[in-house]
Design a binder for this molecule. Sequence first.
Ligand SMILES: Cc1cc2nc3c(=O)[nH]c(=O)nc-3n(C[C@H](O)[C@H](O)[C@H](O)COP(=O)(O)OP(=O)(O)OC[C@H]3O[C@@H](n4cnc5c(N)ncnc54)[C@H](O)[C@@H]3O)c2cc1C
Length: 554
Amino acid sequence: MATIVSNPSAAAARDAITPGPTPSGGGDWDVVVVGTGLGGATLGYALARAGHSVLFLEKGHADVLRDAVGADQLENPVARMAAAHWPDRMAARIDGRGSTPFPALGCGAGGSSLLYAAALERFARDDVESLPGQSHPTGGWPIAWAEMCRYYATAERLYRVAGTPDPLASGEGEALLQPPAASEADRQLMDLFRRAGLNPYRLHVGLGYKPGCVECGGRVCPNRCKSDAALICLEPAIRRHGAMLLSDSEVVSIEADHRRATGVVYTCRGASHRVRGRFVVLAAGAYRTPALLLRSRSLEWPDGLANGSDQVGRNLMFHANEWFAVWLRHRASTAGPRKTIGLRDLYRRDGMRLGSIQSTGLSAHAGNILTFLTGWCETRMPSWARTARPLLWVVSRVAQRVFGAATIFVMIVEDLGYPDNRVVLDPADPSRIVVEYEVREELRARASAARRLIRSTLRGLRVMPLQADVQLNLGHACGTCRAGDDPSSSVIDGSCKAHELDNLYIADASFMPTSGGTNPGLTIIANALRVADRIGKRLEAGIGVAARGATVGS
Ligand SMILES: Cc1cc2nc3c(=O)[nH]c(=O)nc-3n(C[C@H](O)[C@H](O)[C@H](O)COP(=O)(O)OP(=O)(O)OC[C@H]3O[C@@H](n4cnc5c(N)ncnc54)[C@H](O)[C@@H]3O)c2cc1C
């Protein structure tokens, strides 16, 4: 290990790092996992279940509030963290304009999946590889589609995904659970779409539909009915398979020699500790994984770990959300499941990469409209305009009257990677999320084509677009340590191992070479299971299995 030590006080600080826990038999952990979202918790669960010793390090709390509604509107970092929201504002420069919104991001055991809306959909084949007449923007992922499909099916079973097969896709459906009947309003909408010549299907969701289920998105599920990463993977990994979780533990650097990650340094309640793993897996999410690599500078790695090709943090992608409202001709009951409709008829149109359409399950009540407006204003208006925030409440009340009976849909338009769209490190405040992003004209053109196509395809229904320009989904960040075969244009290889290190892997949304035309969650889960198998094979082949029996700590 070689860390840059420029003065005696830095050396003293390094010496102040004390050892963290080891597996019960002593020695190194088989795998140290940084972050417990869909990527980290799923991968750690699979490896712990296979008998390997796994340590999870998580910045957020182990126990988060399950009854906090509207916590995304809170300013206080302590209160935000308690409700599993990322505590601090990010610094964003979008189209040259600076703003400081709160990122749509979870923080706590389970990561962003504590807050997500649990739409767990597969990508399309041409999201991953080139097909005749549809070349892939990167030439294709370094992962075969057939391999992804095998792991998609495992992911769907593990996360108890309910839905019906998309009539336009082949080979999916065998692992899906039968969902309960949709609300009367959604059944009527399904009929209307079918009569318009479209192919709606029951959206694939990780929801258990326990009594009282409100399909919660944007908050922690109070019923423990939503398939989040804590419920499905983290808790079983600890309780049944001997993994250990250190919560309230923020990883601040990865130590490495020229080939291997040798130590993981984290802070917990003001003290610094170091743990060691045969394998280190970064899963701190697409904002923080690249920041952690950039932070981990040393004599061997002066530009940041695994950043020899200057690709770490680049190719940041979101999705462009196209929101629209649809009204039924006659009032129908909205009791029962409402996040139920998926449509892929416009996924590709006229050679354009657009995306899937989904009912959001969101009703147009004033609280939801306020969240929507606040997000829009915070990324699109200068920070001084925040003083006008109270006025948004009035606007949302008026909007509620107009849209009250409408069903809100969204099209998830694919975003493409550009090297200049990226996560950067603020050396003065390395814990802060900082992004630079420019909406390219080609994305604007595709989003506006999507808006026109939605109107023309749903002609005959009462449809209204809810926006006039691109709206980035900051909750779908991905691609910032992209996987690829060419080390000069990617950070990790097809097995998600860093090109430049032998035992460092990335298993969160950062790996994605392209963002696809639908929600990222199922793809992150499937890939994490795939990477776990790769690491498991290496552990079994050479490095041996450590003794287990560790417990939860914080
Ligand atoms: C409101 C909302 C709704 C969404 N709805 C959907 C949906 O319906 N379907 C879908 O597919 N996707 C959805 N998404 C997106 C999806 O949740 C994310 O893409 C996915 O969860 C990301 O998983 P991840 O493993 O990459 O990272 P995350 O889940 O973000 O996990 C990263 C974890 O790492 C921790 N961490 C960060 N830095 C450190 C550090 N230095 N040390 C230790 N720990 C650290 C964080 O606290 C966090 O717990 C939604 C997102 C949001 C916010």
